[in-house]
Design a protein around this ligand. Structure first.
Ligand code: PMP
Length: 386
């Protein structure tokens, strides 16, 4: 069973059962604890024991810093979920996908180019793309905002690097690149392209595709991600970045990832993906019901689609709700929710209007239930006023 609990700030007492009414429902972070019950059910078979002498070396026997066995299991994960083409692709590991995102920007820009590559994404987008591009400032690349603003210039000889997040964080939509042309490179961030969060209509086959363990098994703390890369030159540049930056990913982390993927792959992933999808679907259905009677708030619409993994049409099960406060006087949607005891993530961070906020749906069941409770109270207030 689960070890002795640590109470979150909303509960106290010896067994964390005493509720403190003043606490806030925190739906801010994308901490993927919704998968914790799956791993509790697999506590023994997912455990890793490492003897002190094991994996001390900088390198594996073949001289690389990548476990071939782990690579093989990753290719298998893509094969069973049919979410990405891996044939003819190089693979690289990163300390979370966070490290790979900036490594990819480096690899797709050119050294000493007369003008820096323009790094863009389409609004609303994951804020880290801009934050990293600015923080690791270089002569070779520069963040240039909304991809849509550059639509008419992408056919020119300006160099662009577009981040495409599919499904998107924050709104869960499957996205395609906005820019196209001979000087446009695309980084496909597929952090959420797993059956938990979306229908898989077809295998992704972008030139640079980035995935993370954080959102497939939920082990965000192990900091493990990988990239599938088509072009050898891009692979070499990215690989150089990773070896100069961290000399590869912790061998202990690779060992843990291997164990977790082995368990996830049992029965072609049926158990973990069914658990993940059912959990997320159930949360979305409850949330949709909450907002169905509201004119003050709305959440994004995602069309049901055929999923080649489940071999049926599946309803939406996104990782986040992209909530809109519809009334003019509720312009500061973050403040409206805060007053109702809910911490959201301000839409402004995603470069959207402040009528929008993001609510995380991937935290623990307790977190979700509490959020729903607070949202139901907020929506029922609306009825009382009319
Ligand atoms: N890309 C997207 C779209 C994300 O939402 C996140 C995590 N929230 C990441 C990348 C980074 O995840 P990690 O570094 O844990 O792999």
């Amino acid at each position: 069973g689960k070890p002795v609990c640590e109470c979150n700030s909303c509960y106290g007492g010896p067994d964390c059962s005493e509720f403190s009414s003043g606490c806030l429902a925190d739906a801010d972070s994308g901490n993927p604890l919704f998968l914790e019950p799956f791993w509790i059910a697999h506590a023994a078979d997912s455990a890793v024991v490492v003897a002190g002498w094991h994996r001390m070396s900088y390198i594996f026997d073949d001289g690389s810093s990548i476990s071939k066995e782990l690579e093989r299991h990753i290719r298998q994960l893509h094969a069973v979920t049919r979410n990405a083409v891996t044939e003819g692709r190089f693979i690289l590991f990163g300390t979370g996908s966070t490290q790979l995102l900036i490594a990819a920007v480096h690899a797709l820009s050119q050294d000493d180019s007369p003008s820096p590559a323009r790094v863009v994404a389409s609004i609303p987008f994951y804020p880290v793309y801009e934050m990293q591009t600015n923080f690791f400032r270089s002569m070779d690349f520069k963040f240039q905002g909304d991809a849509s603003d550059w639509k008419n210039t992408s056919g020119s000889s300006l160099n662009f690097i577009e981040f495409v997040t599919s499904p998107n964080n924050p709104d869960g939509q499957l996205k395609e690149p906005v820019l196209q042309g001979p000087f446009v490179k695309t980084i496909h961030d597929h952090a959420y392209y797993w059956p938990h969060f979306t229908a898989i209509p077809a295998p992704a086959n972008g030139d640079v595709m980035i995935f993370t363990m954080s959102k497939i098994t939920g082990h965000a703390g192990s900091r493990f991600g990988w990239a599938l890369i088509k072009d050898e030159g891009v692979y070499t540049r990215m690989s150089r970045y990773l070896s100069l930056n961290t000399m590869g990913v912790s061998r202990d982390t690779q060992l843990r990832a291997l164990k977790l993927f082995k368990v996830a792959l049992e029965g072609e992933g049926k158990e973990i993906f069914e658990f993940g999808y059912k959990t997320m679907r159930n949360r979305w259905e409850k949330l949709s019901k909450t907002f169905s009677g509201s004119t003050r708030f709305s959440i994004q619409k995602i069309a049901p689609r055929y999923c080649t993994y489940f071999e049926k049409i599946v309803g939406p099960s996104p990782a986040y709700a992209w909530l809109k406060c519809e009334r003019e006087e509720d312009k500061d949607c973050y403040a409206v929710l805060k007053a109702a005891g809910i911490i959201s993530r301000d839409g402004v961070l995603f470069k959207a209007e402040d009528h929008y906020v993001r609510l995380s749906l991937i935290k623990s069941q307790d977190d979700f239930d509490f959020l729903l409770n607070r949202l139901n109270a907020l929506v029922s207030e609306e009825g009382a006023k009319i």
